[in-house]
Design a protein around this ligand. Structure first.
Ligand code: NAD
Ligand code: SER
Length: 322
């Protein structure tokens, strides 16, 4: 029998794209979207959607039973910048959501889980360049602490209860279909929108702040690839390093300038600078490549070209509709 999939957090930056890609592969009726708020029109129109607060264990169980769910992609979380503004709420949501889903698998009510970790598991004492899979992890943000704890719990549930949980440490993600939800890497999406609309952007990170990033198309491909890999290939049950592109605000603005004549960038660093400064600049993902054949496809130029074409189209369509 084929698996039915539940995506929790389907209205967010990743969920908006992941649900549609999963539906393309497994069929519209096999992929159930869920969130505390409605998802995009495309998601609402192409398959089933449930309002679900993932901290509500009873409702989660009833949805799993109703749709005969066997796989869950758990995307609901509070991201790095927002988490610093409400630390206990962020800790509670990020941990409770994971336990609720891990426990369903422990009780054999579902078979497989995807849960994303982040480059935020690293901290100021971590080596910054080509950060290895196994290294110092001393995060100093509530988000990073919750992701590192989550990784330890995933590995624990795999070792003790044979829970098939798979995870990757996403870098900052950049896509044109959806907006980011309160992270430190959000500037790298905002800059495209502002460049098209205003030919100017004020970055909340300083010009030389290099961070690991990835185009959403690569991230979605990695997510589905790790979930489809044979179980014995997934040798790391905490979370895998994943690398795409590394750049700073100056470098991305230079690339955008090739598409937007007269584009200007200014810098006005805020509280997110300290978070960014604690994270690596580039990631070594050799174990993802070795274990489940991961390879990123997008560099800064190709990503910028795609973002520009698609966003310009999107804004043109929106203004034609007015
Ligand atoms: P997002 O903030 O855009 O989306 C999260 C979604 O979860 C939102 O739609 C929100 O409404 C929903 N949500 C919040 N509370 C909920 C609750 N109680 N029950 C159900 N849904 C709830 O986040 P995203 O960027 O899509 O990230 C998804 C996951 O990937 C998160 O775990 C995040 O930490 C991780 N991640 C994201 C990035 C990135 O750059 N986007 C990088 C690293 C890791
Ligand atoms: N993009 C995420 C954030 O900035 C990284 O996990 O919070």
């Amino acid at each position: 029998m084929q698996d039915n999939i539940l995506v929790v957090g389907s209205s967010g930056q990743i969920g908006t794209e992941l649900v549609l890609e999963l539906r393309k592969i497994y069929g519209n009726d096999r992929v159930i979207a869920s969130d505390i708020v409605r998802s995009s029109q495309e998601i609402m129109n192409s398959g089933q959607f449930e309002i679900l607060d993932i901290t509500d264990n009873k409702k989660l169980l009833s949805i799993v039973k109703k749709h005969n769910i066997s796989q869950i992609y758990l995307l609901a979380a509070i991201l790095s910048a927002n988490a610093e503004k409400n630390i206990s709420f962020a800790w509670d949501l990020n941990m409770k959501s994971l336990f609720n889903v891990l426990n369903l698998a422990k009780e054999k009510l579902i078979k497989k889980i995807f849960w994303p970790s982040s480059i935020a598991v690293f901290g100021p004492t971590t080596p910054k360049n080509l950060t290895p899979q196994y290294t110092i992890t001393e995060p100093n943000t509530v988000y990073g602490i919750s992701k590192l704890s989550g990784e330890r719990w995933c590995e624990y549930y795999f070792n003790k209860f044979n829970v098939d949980v798979r995870s990757i440490r996403y870098p900052g993600l950049i896509g044109w279909k959806s907006n980011p939800g309160g992270g430190t890497t959000d500037y790298a999406v905002e800059i495209f929108h502002q460049a098209i609309q205003k030919k100017a952007y004020t970055s909340f990170l300083s010009e030389h702040t290099t961070l690991p990033m990835m185009y959403m198309t690569d991230a979605i491909r990695a997510t589905i690839q790790i979930m489809e890999a044979p179980s014995e290939n997934i040798k790391i049950r905490s979370s895998y390093n994943l690398a795409g592109i590394s750049f700073n605000p100056k470098e991305i603005s230079n690339e955008i300038s090739k598409h937007i004549e007269g584009f200007k960038i200014n810098y006005s660093a805020d509280f997110r600078q300290e978070i960014a400064d604690s994270w690596p600049q580039s990631i070594n993902d050799s174990l993802s490549r070795e274990h489940w054949n991961w390879k990123s496809k997008y560099n800064l130029k190709i990503m910028t070209d795609e973002m520009m074409i698609n966003l310009k189209n999107k804004y043109k369509l929106a203004s034609d509709e007015k």
